[in-house]
Design a protein around this ligand. Sequence first.
Ligand code: SF4
Length: 423
Amino acid sequence: MPVQSHAMDRRKTRQISVGNDRTGVIRIGGDAEVSVQTMTSGSTCEIDSCVAEINRLAAAGADIVRVAVPKRADTEALPEILNQTRVPIVADVHFHFQRALEAVEAGVHKIRLNPGNIADGDQVNSVIDACSERGIPIRIGVNEGSIIERRDKKQRMEELGKFFADHRQGHLMALMITKLEEYLELFEARNFHDICISAKSMDARLAIDTYREISKRFDYPLHLGVTHAGPRETGAIRSIVALGTLLAQGVGDTLRISYASDPVFEVDDGLEMLWSLGLRERRGAELIACPTCGRIQVDLFRLVQDVRDKLAEHITVPMKVAVMGCVVNGPGEAEGADVAVFAGDRRGIIYVQGQRVANVPEEEILDRLLQECRAFQDRVNAGEARLGEKAVDILPPDPIGELGSGFDSIARGAVEQISVGKT
Ligand code: SF4
């Protein structure tokens, strides 16, 4: 279900549809929710591993999965891959227009072409006609790194270059927009509008500015991405800064976050970004955790990680779960959580919608918290409880008596014993 954030007016675009009754149809653009795409990292012609990877990515929440088809063996594998998967598949084509024709023939749900490396008009036309006959959309995917300056576009480049003269990378923006214009002329001359556009750069600021310019010039849906973003540790920041900025300004209809890492992280992080922006309805629990400080008396880093893994495994309703290191800021930070734990001296007190339900030693926190989350989920599913509705305000536990940080220990700055232990 699309979730509209009151802060964001989405740019109106045309709409394309990807997939069929078997895979489900994903709509991109118009009033459709922003979709998350990713791409397999294995070889497409190795059918079993390719199918396994696609199914794993779909299970993680990918709406659309792209596969590279550089070889004839890859397009030959497509019918069987399509037969064994249930998510729309895009064939990624570079250099060999024949691969696009073969992929269309195999029944793929969308084609991605790079104007930087199939420039022959007749070849592009043959792909357009094949897609047109089958009702298959095409993404025109310009990449900063693979566009080639063409002499016959020099004048337009100069015009646009002047337009972007005060931009530090104006010539690259001009080059990408010029290439798009050039390519779109071919498509529009054949009355083909089943198009999505991307213009990826490895520079976050250039990506933001280029997509913004493109969104003013064309009404086709936009596929957002930062290319060659690097490993997840740095790529996440670069991608999310660029894509989050654009989405917050209403620009962007589908996205792929690209990491030099397991593509399942691309799906995880793309979804988390859309949930955080209120552009998609959250699937599964939202975990809030304190950043920790010198007050923690349990192994909070491990607890948070374990809770995260267990919630991903067992919880499907979008409940808020808070894991707090102490009672100093915990109750305020956990405000609005459906299930919360406040840790003390090697123990934790658990609340469900503001109601205290348990006071357990550290080694039991994980199991008890999960038990309460599952019970709460059952009640939500049975219509007996509602998400985000507190029964009572959280009364902070007594840090000295209830959470075990004895008065003397606090005074000495040391904790030596657990003083209480009953609910
Ligand atoms: S909740 Fe407590 S332990 Fe966690 S950061 Fe805040 S003050 Fe520190």
